[in-house]
Structure formats: structure tokens, C-alpha cells
Design a protein around this ligand. Structure first.
Ligand SMILES: [Zn+2]
Ligand SMILES: [Zn+2]
Length: 399
């Protein structure tokens, strides 16, 4: 039996060092070749084999159980690799060396913790009762890397039987530094996008009767779409629609010819997502038509809702309680309306996505995810690594 806390704490400095090196070289979307190269080098040093060709710059490391992999089950650890188009302002000595790009969400730490798990597992190979895959995935922040990894076969050959992933930082208020947040059922929302163009007829601001005012019509649309949430889905089933961008007009006395709007719609359950996405266009179109305007409308499905299956999640929670103090393992009762493309893997195989609290102050205050002064607490990294390895170990014992 391995002492997972001791193993992880023994390599804590190394995990922190990996994170700092990765923090210096943030890359965005699926374009993460330097990050891939870094991971490849580290895996080479550990003598762990891997395959590339997933989601452009993703890779899958495989720590096999002896030769005959068919007889064994396979457990996967998933991590994301991408940063954001943010100009870093933390002042950290290991700040981004890539102008205008930053690891402002903590994915640098995710990779470092997963590398730590790779190291512990590969050095204790015989203790684990099956194959372990470690999925390094680019493009979490909107580029759909997770979906692409699944399409490119990251969960196949050998087939993955269960998967685990985490997010560090300050996503849930009640998951403070060093605490673990875990919840089953739908935990994160889908991330859908919509855009529309209201086409009226421009004219003089003093003579609206001679035109069709797309600004007044857009105002009606914006107000009315909120009733999709408040009147058309159950009040106890979460949903949100936000118009986040609106453009139209160029002068104080000219009614423009058209107005464009963009926004996001989020649901925790697929049922409401389907119902509202259908009704959405119909409502906007009827409003526009009733006012003699035309409408162009597009609704695009993004990441699906993230659902943690109860059985695996309860098993994970027991592992976490076994490893850490009980009070450090927080049961999450409510989902959040943010999204995650870990959802794609969890549609295919059982597993769980959990949260590791660990924000750090910069200039005396906390700055949220995606902020140019976002930072994370390096003292909690060993916990992520210990949890990855402990869960894999226990899962093989149980299955
Ligand atoms: Zn993010
Ligand atoms: Zn993130």
C-alpha cells in the first residue's frame, strides 16, 4: 500500500517547478505545441510512453499494466493545457513570456498535478491493478478540445473504464484553500451561444413612422426572452439567458437599419436546453415580424451540461475522505452556470470532476479566474496529485 500523501509531498517541489515552467509559456486554443513539447519531454524523462495526434496538440500518456493490456481495466486522468488571451499583470517572477497570453485559469497547475500523478504511478506501477491513461487536452476555453479528444479516440485502445479530472481555484466560494469540492448529478451548465440581426429600415430620428426601428424592436426582444426562463421552464430548474453584446446606430438623430446582438444561454439539464433553444428563435421571430422587421437568428450548442454520476462520485468522495480530513471534503449541493468540456468525457464513461480550492492573493486581494492578476496557491498542488493517484489505486481494487 502506497502512502499517497507522502509520495505527493515528496515531489511537491517538482510539481511546483513544472507549474512555473508551464506558466511561462501559455498557449491558447488548440495551438499548444510548446506546451505539448514540454509534457513530452517530462514523460520521456519518466520513461512513460504516449501518443500524439489528438485534438491537434493533445496527447495521451499510457502507463500499462505489464504486456497484456486487454485483460486489465483502464483508468484515466484528464487535464487541460490551454491558457487565455489575457495580458498578465501578476508581477510573478515566472510570469508569462508570451505577450498577451496567460495561464489565468489554473490549467498550468492541472498539468503539473497530472505529471506528478504520472510520476508516482510509473514509479509504483506494480501497485496499480490496471492501465492508467493521462489525457492532456488543449482547447478547454471554448475551442472544444475535449470533444475532439473523444472523437480522435483518446478513450479507446485500451478503452477507458473511468475518468477523473479537477479544477483548481476559486470556482465555489465554499471550497476554500486546500478544500475539495465534490458533488454528484448535474454540476455545470451547457455553454450555448446565440446571435441575431434585427433588420428594420433606417431613417430620420424625428420621423420614426417612415422607417422600421430595429432598436425599439431589439429592446422588446431583450425583455421578452427573459420570460422564456421565468415563464416557460420550471422555477426549480436553472437556466439563464444573457444578451452580452449589442450593436446598432451611429448618430443621435439617425435610426439605423439594423441591430446585432450576441449572448449566451445556459442550462443544467438537457431537457430545458432543448425546449428553450427551440422556443427562443420562434419568440424572437414573432416579435420582429409583428413589427415589420426581418430577423436572422442562430443558436449554437456549445459544451453540454457536466454531469457527475452518483456511484463513481460517492466512491471518489470516500477516497478523498480517507486521504484527507473529513472537514476538508465539501459536499456541493448546487451546480454553477459555468461550463467545462470535461462534460464530453463524462458522457462516455463514468467518473467525476471535482474542485480543489486554491486561490492566492495578488496585491492584497483575490482576483477571479480569467483576470490578469489571477493566481493560485501552490501549497495545495500535492493534494491534487495525491487524490488522482489514490483514486486510481482504489478504483482498481474495487473493480
Ligand atoms: Zn477558464
Ligand atoms: Zn479552467
Amino acid at each position: 500500500m502506497i502512502d499517497f500523501i507522502e509520495e505527493a509531498q515528496n515531489i511537491e517541489d517538482q510539481i511546483i517547478e513544472w507549474r512555473r515552467e508551464l506558466h511561462k509559456i501559455p498557449e491558447v486554443g488548440l495551438e499548444t505545441p510548446k506546451t505539448r513539447k514540454f509534457i513530452e519531454n517530462e514523460l520521456d524523462k519518466m520513461d512513460i510512453k504516449y501518443e500524439t495526434g489528438y485534438a491537434e496538440n493533445g496527447l495521451v500518456a499510457l502507463i500499462e499494466k505489464e504486456d497484456n493490456q486487454e485483460e486489465y481495466k483502464t483508468f484515466a486522468i484528464r487535464t487541460d493545457m490551454d491558457g487565455l488571451e489575457v495580458k498578465e499583470e501578476t508581477g510573478l517572477p515566472f510570469s508569462s513570456e508570451h505577450e498577451g497570453k496567460m495561464h489565468a485559469c489554473g490549467h498550468d497547475a492541472h498539468m503539473a498535478m497530472a505529471l506528478g500523478a504520472a510520476k508516482i504511478i510509473s514509479e509504483n506501477r506494480e501497485e496499480f491493478g490496471g492501465n492508467i491513461k493521462i489525457l492532456f487536452q488543449p482547447g478547454e476555453e471554448g475551442a472544444g478540445g475535449g470533444e475532439q479528444m473523444v472523437k480522435d479516440g483518446a478513450l479507446k485502445n485500451p478503452d477507458v473504464d473511468a475518468i477523473i479530472g479537477l479544477h483548481i481555484g476559486g470556482i465555489f466560494d465554499k471550497v476554500g484553500p486546500g478544500k475539495i469540492g465534490v458533488g454528484d448529478g448535474p454540476m455545470m451548465a451547457c455553454i450555448d451561444k446565440f446571435q441575431m440581426k434585427v433588420i428594420g429600415k433606417g431613417g430620420h430620428g424625428a420621423m420614426p413612422n417612415t422607417g422600421v426601428d430595429p432598436i425599439a424592436i431589439s429592446a422588446s426582444i431583450i425583455e421578452n426572452i427573459q420570460t422564456l426562463i421565468s415563464r416557460e421552464i420550471s422555477p426549480v430548474r436553472p437556466g439563464v439567458i444573457s444578451v452580452c453584446q449589442i450593436n446598432g446606430g451611429s448618430a443621435f438623430n439617425v435610426i439605423p437599419g439594423e441591430v446585432t446582438m450576441k449572448g449566451t444561454a445556459r442550462f443544467i439539464h438537457q431537457k430545458e436546453r432543448e425546449e428553450i433553444s427551440n422556443r427562443f428563435e420562434e419568440m424572437c421571430r414573432k416579435i420582429a415580424e409583428s413589427r415589420n422587421a426581418e430577423l436572422e437568428f442562430e443558436y449554437e450548442y456549445g459544451y453540454p451540461p457536466l454531469v457527475n454520476p452518483a456511484e463513481f462520485t460517492n466512491f471518489f468522495k470516500e477516497c478523498a475522505q480517507d486521504l484527507l480530513n473529513n472537514e476538508d471534503v465539501i459536499q456541493l449541493e448546487e451546480p454553477i452556470m459555468g461550463g467545462e468540456d470535461m462534460a464530453y468525457y463524462l458522457r462516455e464513461v463514468p467518473g467525476t470532476f471535482f474542485f480543489l480550492g486554491g486561490q492566492k492573493e495578488v496585491e492584497g486581494e483575490f482576483h477571479g479566474h480569467h483576470n490578469s492578476k489571477f493566481d493560485i496557491d501552490e501549497n495545495v498542488f500535492w493534494k491534487g496529485t495525491a487524490l488522482f493517484t489514490k483514486t486510481a489505486y482504489e478504483w482498481f481494487r474495487k473493480n
